[in-house]
Design a protein around this ligand. Structure first.
Ligand SMILES: Cc1cc2nc3c(=O)[nH]c(=O)nc-3n(C[C@H](O)[C@H](O)[C@H](O)COP(=O)(O)OP(=O)(O)OC[C@H]3O[C@@H](n4cnc5c(N)ncnc54)[C@H](O)[C@@H]3O)c2cc1C
Length: 353
């Protein structure tokens, strides 16, 4: 008998399987070939200081080092670089933002994340003289999520684990007290990691979801001088390979479908034109839906009536930094090695109205 069937092999399912495999568990995947996966188009930026007020991301002191360690483990398994440590270069074009930052500069909690590398003249040459100041943060980087999930699938198949490439059919799931059966798969439990599609999961549709659609551009920028930095000025410019860059993204809670729209194409190209004083060529425009939830904390736990039906979701807009730690924590909990952290346990939702 299998230990777990994992439904969804995006970032959440892949990371969870990594930690379950480390415990010697026998798993199987069901995934519809990454149709609609947020992980397939995400920049994967890990950014410890965010927002207008420059606050440290939630629990970043423990989550970020754990993420870097986990991606190094996965790189060793796959023989592929997926983590690219890069400074985040924040560009300020108005005095108010610049002053906001100066007011935060002396906060000792931020000290480890700030560098003195911001070269204003160099940034002005590429982004225009209206860049009045800025800062570069460290302990940041990009995780190549699209490469990770594709290569992880190949690895799982090569290792001989079952992998059903299909839409999960809830009518085919039989749930018993000590096992679940899905087609020819028999397992002790099942873990749903379906990203935003969890809204349609009959076992977990009762949880609060507030998915956010994101659109981004793939852009060629010949001779762009900041390949080693992730420049942020409303949108991010992140180097992928050769002259190709990830540019984005939009963030919309109000959307009708998961496809790219003309409106966001225009918004993103206008923002890029305003930011970058260099020629560029848009080569693709993609969209996906982030599995964001009301209180922006992951969803970990079990169905209230079926103790062998689990969920690992809610990685929101920060999956690459928060995913590894909580995938490991969830694997420990599934293996009865720890209590579930109350901040991420879905039982907390009774109090979320
Ligand atoms: C434009 C954009 C930019 C982003 N940028 C960043 C960033 O810079 N940094 C960062 O940390 N995060 C970023 N994110 C968020 C990041 O993508 C998510 O946090 C993370 O990828 C979520 O992973 P997941 O596995 O939960 O969901 P997903 O990646 O959506 O994976 C779910 C998987 O389940 C499969 N699936 C769903 N339903 C079924 C079903 N019924 N049957 C079979 N298979 C199913 C899907 O096909 C998919 O493969 C971004 C997202 C977007 C859209």
């Amino acid at each position: 008998m299998l230990d777990y069937i994992i439904v969804g092999q995006g970032l959440a399912g892949s990371l969870l399987s990594h930690f379950l495999l480390k415990k010697g568990k026998n798993i199987a995947f069901v995934d519809n070939n990454h149709t609609d996966a947020a992980s397939a188009i995400a920049a994967g930026v890990i950014n410890p200081i965010t927002g207008r007020n420059f606050v440290k991301s939630w629990r970043t002191d423990e989550l970020q080092p754990f993420a870097f360690k986990t991606y190094a483990e996965i790189e060793a398994i796959l023989g592929l670089q997926i983590l690219y440590p890069r400074n985040v270069a924040m560009l300020f074009r108005d005095v108010e933002t610049s002053n906001n930052w100066l007011a935060r500069l002396s906060d000792p909690a931020l000290g480890d994340y700030i560098t003195d590398e911001f070269d204003q003249n160099a940034y002005q040459q590429t982004f225009g003289s209206s860049v009045v100041s800025g800062v570069e943060f460290q302990q940041s980087g990009r995780c190549d999520l699209p490469a990770f999930i594709v290569k992880w699938k190949e690895y799982i198949l090569k290792k001989g684990f079952a992998y059903l490439q299909e839409n999960f059919d809830f009518d085919q799931l039989q749930v018993y007290e000590h096992k679940v059966v899905y087609k020819n798969l028999i397992a002790k439990g099942i873990v749903f990691c379906e990203g935003h599609a969890a809204e349609r999961n009959p076992f977990f549709a009762h949880l609060h979801y507030s998915p956010a659609k994101g659109e981004m551009l793939l852009v060629k920028i010949p001779n762009y001088p900041f390949k080693e930095k992730m420049a942020k000025d409303g949108i991010f410019i992140v180097h992928l390979n050769d002259d190709l860059y990830w540019v984005g993204s939009s963030y919309n809670r109000d959307f009708e479908h998961n496809k790219p729209t003309t409106q966001e194409y225009n918004n993103l190209t206008n923002e890029l034109s305003a930011m970058l004083k260099m020629p560029f060529e848009v080569v693709d425009h993609l969209a996906a839906i982030r599995p964001t939830v009301r209180d922006r904390k992951p969803y970990l736990g079990s169905h209230p009536l079926h103790g062998n039906i689990h969920i690992f979701n809610g990685l929101g807009a920060k999956g690459s930094s928060i995913g590894p730690y909580f995938a490991s924590h969830f694997a420990d909990w599934l293996n009865s090695e720890t209590e579930l952290d109350k901040e991420v346990n879905i039982k907390r939702l009774k109090t979320l109205r």
